[in-house]
Structure formats: structure tokens, C-alpha cells
Design a protein around this ligand. Structure first.
Ligand SMILES: Nc1ncnc2c1ncn2[C@@H]1O[C@H](COP(=O)(O)OP(=O)(O)OP(=O)(O)O)[C@@H](O)[C@H]1O
Length: 362
């Protein structure tokens, strides 16, 4: 008896994607099944970037299909395709940007920018086209963290090209101002400047744009969350009570404006002494996880307080590029994968499929 496409589907329904914990049929990843005399061929289309996982996934599926009696040769082609997902009601997606991820914190100095750059680099390392916007107007740190200096080029005098390093497209108010000059911004000026920075940068076909939000939960953050079409937000906090209290406010702010929380990252979770190896929870323990349990959101992961993270980030080579296979980069990559999968599971954006309806009163 020869194998049918249904047999192939049934076999695939028993193979679990280790990243999503779902089988490939229910995640709708299976495309183009072809069964012939020579064997089976099919495509697996993942909704998240997974360059480092492709070979293992291909091997898993090939093994399962080869076990079918009379399977012949099995040819599995695994790729990723990132699509746009829904944003706040009433907002339109930006052209050339599929998904915007806001990285926010309730309190300053908790490591929001460090997390944002490493998250962006981890997504890029998995093959996604990634940009990062430094919306931290009071302390734009991305130029330094990504080792970029200089001014963006403009070809038409109205828009500017993003600067690039480590495979990321970057735009920052820091490229436009003198780092030694204090900036005095009033609220409306800040939101206007950020909106311009976002809209007037010529982003080139981004799967993800990470927005490093200004710290806090005031007017600026609220206006931004209402105006920028965001797919989801990541909240960064340290485990100490005061930071958690502010992080809870941040979480509520996003909920209020209809932006889903993708999860919480706990930074400076523990510190391991480089002399004696003793590990201490300097800022307390378990706060991030408790907050996630209280709000029903996902705990994405915890980063230690280490000298290496600070040195690498401050010298323009964040950990994910400085030590891509080290334990800290692994945590950032895990967080990035969880974020990408959470986004992939969200509803598809359909607004681009609808024509704009214009009512004219002639
Ligand atoms: N896990 C960590 N271990 C050690 N140092 C860290 C860690 N995370 C961040 N830092 C360092 O702490 C400082 C502040 O980090 P960062 O600029 O990312 O914070 P932030 O929350 O974005 O601050 P701001 O509110 O000013 O925007 C930086 O010097 C950074 O290198």
C-alpha cells in the first residue's frame, strides 16, 4: 500500500516543535506535501526566526517520516516566514515594518536598553531583519551600545537612512544631538521628535522593530503607546520592590491602551562573585515571577548582574555579539525566541488586505 498525503499529515501531527510545544500540523506550518514513487517532499514554514534550529527541526521531521513503511527518500525544506500581526485598534501598520516590539521599564537604570539591544541582536542572529529605535530621548544610549557614531544620510532632505552595525538598522536621537549638551525637552516636543524619528527613518523591510522606550509611565510613554502601532511590549525590571512597583504601572499602562504584554524580563537577578563564585540575589529574589503570576503574563527569563554584560554593552559589542555561544547570550536568545513565538501566535494583521474607504461629499 502506498503512502498518501494524509498519512504524511498524520505522522507530522505527532511531531512536536520543541520551541512552540505544538505539533507542525496544528501550528499550520506544513506546506506543499508531495508524495510520489521516489518519496516524500514538503515544506515547513515557521512563524518565527530560527536559523540555529533549522537543522534539528529538519532532522526530527525526516526521522518521523522515514519511519513510515515505504517512505522512500524524505526531503524536508524548513524556512521561516515572519508576517505582520495586529496592533492597537484604529492604528495602521508602518510601511516596511512588520512588527513593532516596545521594550519598556517603569523605572530608569534597570537595564532596559541593554535588554533591548541584546534582544534585537538575538532576533537578527536567528535570521530576522531587525531595526532598533532609540526612543530614550533623555539618555540615548544605543549609539554607544552598538558602537555607532556619525550622522544619518539623507537623499531627499526629508527622510534619513538608518545607520547600521552588527546587522541592525538603527535610528537614535543621539545621532542628531551633541552628547555633551543637555537637552531640555517638553512633553509634546518629545513625542513629536520620536514620531518623526520613527516615521522619517527609511527602514528597509523589517520583520521586527524594537523600540527602546523612555523610562517611566508618564505622558510621553502614554502618548507613544497610543500613537505607535505596537504588536506587543516587553517589560524589563530588577527584582527589587521599588522597580517592581513601577514595572506594574508600566504593565497596566500598556494594558490600558490595548497593547499586549509579551512578557517580563528580570535583569540583575543574581550576582556571582568573580573571586569566590558565591551567588547572591542582591536586589531580592522571585519578584519578577510573582509579578507575572499576579498579572497572568509570561516570565521570559532572568539575567545575572555581571561585569561582562556591563563591559561588553558599554564598549559597543553587546553580549550576544561579544560571546554569542556563552551562557548569558543563551538567555537573551531564549527570551528572543519566546518573544518571536508569542508574536507569531497572535492574530494576523488584516488591515493591509482591506481597501481604504473614502467617503466623498461631491
Ligand atoms: N545585567 C547587567 N549586569 C551588569 N550591568 C548591567 C546589566 N544590565 C545593564 N547593566 C549596566 O547598567 C547600566 C544601565 O543600563 P541601561 O542603560 O541598559 O539601563 P536603562 O534601564 O535603559 O537606563 P535608562 O533608564 O537610563 O534608559 C549600563 O551601564 C549597563 O551596561
Amino acid at each position: 500500500m502506498s503512502i498518501t498525503a494524509e498519512d504524511v499529515k498524520a505522522a507530522l501531527a505527532a511531531v512536536i516543535d520543541p520551541n512552540t510545544q505544538k505539533d507542525y500540523v496544528s501550528s499550520k506550518s506544513v506546506k506543499n506535501i508531495k508524495v510520489g514513487d521516489a518519496g516524500i517532499s514538503l515544506d515547513i514554514e515557521l512563524g518565527y526566526p530560527a536559523r540555529s534550529q533549522l537543522a534539528a527541526i529538519r532532522a526530527d521531521i525526516t526521522r518521523a517520516l522515514s519511519a513510515l513503511p515505504g517512505a522512500g527518500t524524505v526531503d524536508v525544506n524548513v524556512t521561516s516566514k515572519i508576517i505582520s500581526h495586529t496592533v492597537q485598534r484604529g492604528l495602521k501598520l508602518m510601511p516596511n515594518v512588520k512588527n513593532i516590539i516596545a521594550v519598556a521599564s517603569g523605572k530608569g537604570g534597570v537595564g532596559k536598553s541593554t535588554t533591548a539591544v541584546n534582544l534585537a541582536l538575538a532576533l537578527a542572529a536567528e535570521g530576522a531583519a531587525v531595526g532598533i529605535l532609540d526612543a530614550d530621548i533623555y539618555g540615548p544610549s544605543l549609539p554607544m551600545m552598538l558602537g555607532i557614531s556619525g550622522r544619518p544620510e539623507t537623499t531627499d532632505g526629508k527622510t534619513m537612512e538608518p545607520l547600521e552595525n552588527h546587522g541592525l538598522q538603527v535610528s537614535s536621537i543621539g545621532f542628531m544631538i551633541d552628547p555633551d549638551e543637555p537637552m531640555v525637552w517638553r512633553g509634546p516636543m518629545v513625542t513629536q521628535a520620536l514620531q518623526q524619528l520613527l516615521d522619517q527613518t527609511n527602514w528597509r523591510d523589517l520583520d521586527y522593530l524594537i523600540v527602546d522606550m523612555p523610562p517611566g509611565t508618564g505622558d510621553i510613554q502614554l502618548t507613544l503607546s497610543q500613537k505607535v502601532p505596537v504588536t506587543g511590549a516587553v517589560i524589563v525590571t530588577t527584582p527589587q520592590d521599588i522597580a517592581l512597583l513601577d514595572a506594574r504601572k508600566g504593565l497596566k499602562m500598556f494594558e490600558k491602551v490595548g497593547i499586549p504584554i509579551l512578557g517580563v524580563v528580570e535583569n540583575m537577578s543574581t550576582h556571582t562573585c568573580s573571586n569566590c563564585g558565591h551567588t547572591e540575589a542582591i536586589f531580592g529574589h522571585g519578584g519578577g515571577e510573582k509579578m507575572c503570576a499576579d498579572f497572568g503574563v509570561e516570565f521570559l527569563g532572568a539575567l545575572p548582574l555581571t561585569m561582562a554584560i556591563r563591559e561588553q554593552t558599554d564598549s559597543g559589542r553587546p553580549t550576544v555579539v561579544a560571546e554569542p555561544d556563552g551562557p548569558v547570550a543563551r538567555v537573551y536568545k531564549d527570551i528572543a525566541r519566546k518573544v518571536a513565538i508569542k508574536i507569531a501566535e497572535k492574530a494576523k494583521d488584516m488591515t493591509s488586505k482591506f481597501p481604504s474607504i473614502v467617503i466623498k461629499n461631491d
